[in-house]
Write a protein that binds this ligand. Structure first.
Ligand SMILES: Nc1ncnc2c1ncn2[C@@H]1O[C@H](COP(=O)(O)OP(=O)(O)OP(=O)(O)O)[C@@H](O)[C@H]1O
Ligand SMILES: Nc1nc2c(ncn2[C@@H]2O[C@H](COP(=O)(O)O)[C@@H](O)[C@H]2O)c(=O)[nH]1
Length: 293
């Protein structure tokens, strides 16, 4: 190849590498959607078309090397493939996987799931318990936690109570949709399988989780709806925390510090419900879940 052509080819290869690196970055940061990238990959010569399938999968939060190899096996796609070189059936299988992962194939326009979060003692658990009793059509996700059961709590109903080793195994097997260490103490996480399956069946799925978890759900399932439960006032929040009587003074102070940060995050949410009265707040939440405005 003449010297001039070789230099031009080198420059083009460097530009293509940069464009791919930029695309990977935008995918990881959530700036661009995986579905959009799959669509772009159908046009030959685009950065999306030349993106390696492994780089595409590794851009999903919580997909690592091991998980991506397993997925490629399940999807019957070679790890040497680039997105633009997939066969029609491979593309369909990959797109199905992406849609399930993003939760965009649930029934109608309804979000695949709803997250209820808010500061400590605002009444998330109370509102969730009211919904469990009065709105049986709502499927409440049962979280796994490393904390011990409180009196009256039933394993498999209120939580799956697990030890640290079991929680570690769930993480390693990518069984959790999201997880967090809450109040610097115990770990809590949402088992992925039941939630994704219920969403695929078009059921109304509710996750009652903390702010860190809500943010993870937003990142991995952008179609999910995030609802913030707010107290009528700061003083009322303090009264509820003190009135509940389950924490000592030191723990209460710690939770109230976190609560200030959490209250400031309300604007990240799609909806805010003020928990003045439990039946009213619960009914409003279910209304939103049913798609009634
Ligand atoms: N609308 C309400 N009016 C008055 N009291 C309420 C209301 N909702 C909840 N409470 C009371 O506030 C206290 C805290 O409620 P709850 O334990 O459900 O909060 P939470 O948000 O789940 O807290 P945490 O995140 O710390 O687990 C409880 O004593 C509950 O009975
Ligand atoms: N990120 C997650 N947070 C969760 C989950 N399940 C519950 N929680 C939150 O933990 C605190 C404390 O709950 P408690 O029952 O010990 O009082 C509360 O804010 C819950 O919302 C979860 O799966 N993921």
């Amino acid at each position: 190849m003449p010297e001039v052509d070789r230099a031009a080819a080198n420059r083009a290869a460097i530009a293509a590498r940069r464009a791919r690196a930029d695309l990977k970055h935008r995918l990881r940061s959530g700036e661009t959607s995986p579905l959009k990238v799959l669509e772009q990959a159908q046009t030959p010569g685009t950065p999306a078309a030349s993106l390696r399938i492994t780089d595409f999968l590794l851009s999903f939060p919580s997909i690592g090397q091991v998980k991506s190899e397993r997925l490629l096996e399940e999807l019957a796609i070679s790890d040497r493939k680039r997105l633009g070189g997939l066969g029609r059936q491979q593309r369909t299988r990959l797109e199905g996987f992406v849609r399930r992962r993003l939760g965009t194939d649930a029934a109608g326009d309804r979000p695949p799931l709803t997250v209820l979060a808010g500061p400590t003692a605002v009444g998330k658990g109370t509102v969730a318990a009211y919904i469990r009793e009065h709105f049986p059509e709502v499927k409440l996700s049962v979280s796994a936690t490393t904390r011990r059961p409180r009196p009256g709590e039933i394993d498999g109903v209120h939580y799956f109570f697990v030890d640290d080793e079991r929680f570690d195994r769930m993480l390693a097997a990518d069984e959790l949709l999201e997880w967090a260490t809450v109040h610097n103490k115990y770990r809590y996480g949402t088992p992925r399988g039941p939630v994704v399956q219920a969403a695929e069946r078009g059921e109304l799925v509710l996750l009652e989780i903390d702010l860190q978890g809500a943010r993870q759900v937003r990142a991995s399932m952008p179609a999910a709806r995030l609802v913030f439960l707010a107290p009528p006032s700061w003083d009322e929040l303090v009264n509820r925390l003190v009135g509940r009587g389950t924490e000592d003074a030191e723990e209460r102070d710690r939770r109230l510090e976190t609560a200030k940060v959490e209250l400031a995050a309300a604007e990240e949410f799609d909806e805010v419900i003020i928990n003045d009265e439990v039946p009213r707040a619960a009914a409003r939440l279910v209304e939103l879940m049913r798609g009634e405005r």
